[in-house]
Design a protein around this ligand. Sequence first.
Ligand code: PEP
Ligand code: MN
Length: 370
Amino acid sequence: MVIESLVPSAPARPGARAVRIGDAVFGTDRVPVIAGPCAVEPGYVDHAMVTAEAGAAVLRGCVFKPRTSPHTFQGLGENGLMLLDEARGRTGAPVIAEPLEPSHVAALAGHADALLIGARSMHNTPLLRAAGRSGLPVVVKRGMSATYDEWVAAADYVLAEGNEAVMLCERGIRTFETATRNTLDLSAIVVLRERTGLPVIVDPSHAAGRAAWVPALAIAAVAAGADGLLIESHPHPERSMCDAAQAVTPLQLREIVRAVARLGALVRPTDPADLEDARNQLDAVDSALACLLDRRARLVAAAARVKQRDGLPERDRRREHEVVARVQREAPALGDPGAARVMRTVIDACLAALDGAGDTEGTLAAASAT
Ligand code: PEP
Ligand code: MN
């Protein structure tokens, strides 16, 4: 069975809705990444530029910060609003910001493109109502001990104000485990995408609490069907004024964005809406193909070294024939002998690369374009 048939794709869900923040659309074939520093801090505009360049579709722009201790940095507050304006202007990317109280919703109007209801605020019903009335898209994070029903009820407060642009965000829950900051509940993605029509996104940063663990959790979330990611990143994580341990670097963020696009091409197939959509999906598929071809060439080289060591012949025609026949069976859309022809070219190209003799780049490009 192919992977794509194991994960329900977003538009295939009955009643599923897509939510748009600026040009980023959540709940379709693509998996946009929201990223940026935990808090807006001095230097934010430069951070935002680097974050957008790394592939973030939406910028975190939290000027008001809910902190566990009142003695830690509480955010720049309204003084940070002009940094949001500048970041939006310079990058062209939309910004999501977190209100902590109803008056913040009005303060953020005109400066933010979407609102984030933090885990600590999920039970703040006046805030949920005010966010609903704002007309902006609202991401409702899961309270750290909230059940699915309680979380969905919180989202209902926003929907009840006539605001349909609502997303749920799993960010890890409190369990007995202390190694991670929270325990990422991957089941939430599967269950709530089935039970609600709302896009479900995942914040692996607050779940992991440690940057090195963020990429794996991000990929796991997308493999399970997440409609988007919310990731904390910082050009110099060690200097981050808030949640430094979990901030990934722009380089790591770029790698996550790329990996997610490739994986998304596998697990979220949809009929393209138009030519641009088709081309975007093709780009993701081609990137996944390139990655796999590169990996294949390296494996062939490793196998060749073993064959040479053991005195085995370089080519095993019988196995090649089996490989070609299997690929032909597994890719029927290319017709007969479409996939078989591509696979033969791929095998030849991988072997040619061993000698450094072949026009590897040209051959592989021709193969993936066939
Ligand atoms: C945040 O995203 O900035 C945050 C504080 O996370 P959470 O509300 O999930 O703790
Ligand atoms: Mn944070």
